[in-house]
Ligand binder design. Structure first.
Ligand SMILES: Cc1cc2nc3c(=O)[nH]c(=O)nc-3n(C[C@H](O)[C@H](O)[C@H](O)COP(=O)(O)OP(=O)(O)OC[C@H]3O[C@@H](n4cnc5c(N)ncnc54)[C@H](O)[C@@H]3O)c2cc1C
Length: 388
C-alpha cells in the first residue's frame, strides 16, 4: 500500500519551499502590471519551465521529473499561495497526460521530451463549444478523414492559452451522433500542431481576469492523420481519464488562493487599528477568516487524499471532484473574508486582493462548474437519479 498519511515528506517540504522562493522573485507588482495590460507572464512561465516544475508529471524516460500528483499539486498550490496565478501554465502539466496514457510510442517519443524542456508548449485543450457548453457529447466540431488527413470544421469557446501554445489537444466528432450506439462514442482526440495552421482563426477574449482565452474557428483546417490520439471514436473516454488529474491540480490552485487570502487578511486585520484596537480583534472580522481557514484545511485533506489515491493507482474520481468543489468554495469564502477585512482597500488595485478575488472566482465555474460536480456526486457517488 502506498503512502496514505497526510503529512508531507522532507522532499515535498523542500519542493514547497523551493517553488515558493522562485515565485517570490515575481512580486505583486509583476502580476498587477500584467493584469492591467492583460499580458501573459512569459518570464515567470519560462523560469518555472527551466526549473523543470512544469514537467513534474512526465516520466524520466521522456525527459520529465517523474514526480507524483502530490508533488505537482504542491507546485501549483505554492504559485497561487505566493500571489501568482498558476492558470497561466497549469495545463502544461496535465494535458500531456492524455498523450502519455493513450498516445502511440511514436507520439510520446516525438512530443513528450520537447514538452518537458518547454521547447514545445502543450497547454491548449479544445473541448468547450458555444452550443454545447457543459454537455460535451453534443459538441459540433467535426474531423472527417480524407486520405492521410483529417479536415476539421467548427467552433470552440473559451479555449485558454492557444496563443501561448505550439500544440493543442482537440476533441472533435469523427462519427455523427446518429450513427453511434452511445452519444459518448464517435468523439476523437487529436494532438495538433497549431503553429501557422491554415483554417484556424483565434480570437482572443477579454475576460474578468488576466486569462488568455479565446474563441476558435476551424474552417477546413487539415491536420495529418497521425494527429489522432489512440483509437478513433474513443476520445470521450480518454478525456474523462484525464479529468481526475485536472480536478486535483485545479483544487490545488484554489488552495493556494485560499491560503494567500487568509495570510493577507490576518496580517491586515492585525495591524489596522479602528475604534482604538486592531480590527482583527472583532469577531465580525475574525470569525469569517477563521471559518475560511478551517474550510481550506478541510479541502486540503480531501485534495491530499485524492492525490495520494491517484499516486497509488487507485480510483480517485469522487475525491478528485470533491476536492475541486471544496477547494474552490473555500477559496471563494476566504476571498470574501479577505475583501471584507480590508474594507475599501480590498477594492484598491495596489492591495492585490481584488485581483486574486477575480482569479479565484473562476474555479467555481471552470474547468467544470461546481453544479456539475454536485450532479456527479449525487449520481455517481450516491446513486441518485440523473438530472441530465
Ligand atoms: C476563463 C475560462 C477559461 C476556460 N478555458 C477552457 C479551456 O481551455 N478549454 C475548454 O474546453 N473550456 C474552457 N473553459 C470553458 C469552461 O469549461 C466552461 O465555461 C464550462 O465547462 C461551462 O460551459 P458553459 O460556459 O457553456 O456553461 P453552460 O454549460 O451553459 O452552463 C451554464 C450554467 O448552467 C448550469 N447547468 C447546466 N446544466 C446543468 C445541470 N444539468 N444541472 C445543474 N446546473 C446546470 C452550469 O453549472 C452553469 O452554472 C473556460 C472557461 C472560462 C470562463
Amino acid at each position: 500500500m502506498s503512502d496514505m498519511t497526510f503529512t508531507l515528506t522532507d522532499e515535498q517540504r523542500a519542493l514547497k519551499t523551493a517553488v515558493y522562493e522562485l515565485c517570490k522573485q515575481y512580486p505583486p507588482e509583476y502580476w498587477r502590471d500584467l493584469d492591467a495590460k492583460r499580458e501573459y507572464p512569459e518570464a515567470f512561465v519560462t523560469e518555472l519551465t527551466k526549473a523543470g516544475y512544469l514537467a513534474a508529471l512526465i516520466p524520466p524516460d521522456y525527459g520529465g521529473a517523474g514526480l507524483g500528483m502530490m508533488e505537482a499539486a504542491i507546485i501549483l498550490e505554492e504559485i497561487n499561495h505566493s500571489g501568482g496565478n498558476a492558470a497561466a501554465c497549469h495545463a502544461q502539466m496535465y494535458i500531456m497526460g492524455t498523450v502519455l496514457r493513450h498516445g502511440s510510442e511514436a507520439q510520446k517519443k516525438l512530443y513528450l521530451p520537447k514538452i518537458a524542456t518547454g521547447e514545445l508548449r502543450l497547454q491548449a485543450f479544445g473541448v468547450t463549444e458555444p452550443n454545447s457548453g457543459s454537455d460535451t457529447t453534443k459538441l459540433q466540431t467535426t474531423a472527417i478523414k480524407k486520405g492521410d488527413r483529417y479536415v476539421v470544421n467548427g467552433q470552440k469557446m473559451f479555449i485558454s492559452r492557444v496563443l501561448q501554445s505550439d500544440l493543442m489537444l482537440l476533441l472533435a466528432r469523427t462519427t455523427p451522433v446518429d450513427h453511434v450506439k452511445k452519444k459518448t462514442d464517435g468523439l476523437s482526440v487529436f494532438l495538433i500542431d497549431i503553429r501557422g495552421l491554415k483554417g484556424l482563426e483565434v480570437r482572443p477574449l477579454r475576460m474578468m481576469m488576466n486569462h488568455s482565452t479565446n474563441a476558435l474557428f476551424f474552417d477546413n483546417a487539415e491536420v495529418p492523420a497521425e494527429s489522432l490520439v489512440g483509437q478513433e471514436g474513443k476520445g470521450f473516454a480518454y478525456i474523462l481519464d484525464g479529468m481526475n488529474a485536472e480536478r486535483i491540480l485545479v483544487a490545488s490552485d484554489s488552495l493556494g488562493d485560499g491560503r494567500w487570502f487568509i495570510e493577507k487578511a490576518v496580517a491586515y486585520s492585525g495591524q489596522r487599528v479602528i475604534f482604538g484596537k486592531p480590527i482583527g480583534a472583532n469577531q465580525g472580522v475574525q470569525f469569517p477568516i477563521a471559518r475560511a481557514h478551517m474550510a481550506i484545511e478541510a479541502a486540503d485533506l480531501m485534495r491530499t487524499k485524492a492525490a495520494k489515491l491517484f499516486d497509488a493507482g487507485l480510483p480517485s474520481g469522487p475525491e478528485a471532484n470533491m476536492a475541486k468543489y471544496l477547494a474552490a468554495e473555500a477559496a471563494w469564502d476566504a476571498g470574501n473574508a479577505c475583501i471584507d477585512a480590508h474594507g475599501g482597500y480590498g477594492f484598491a488595485e495596489e492591495y492585490d486582493v481584488e485581483r486574486k478575488f477575480r482569479e479565484a472566482r473562476l474555479y467555481k465555474t471552470a474547468p467544470i462548474n461546481n453544479n456539475l460536480v454536485m450532479a456527479y456526486v449525487g449520481e455517481h457517488v450516491l446513486g441518485m437519479p440523473r438530472s441530465y
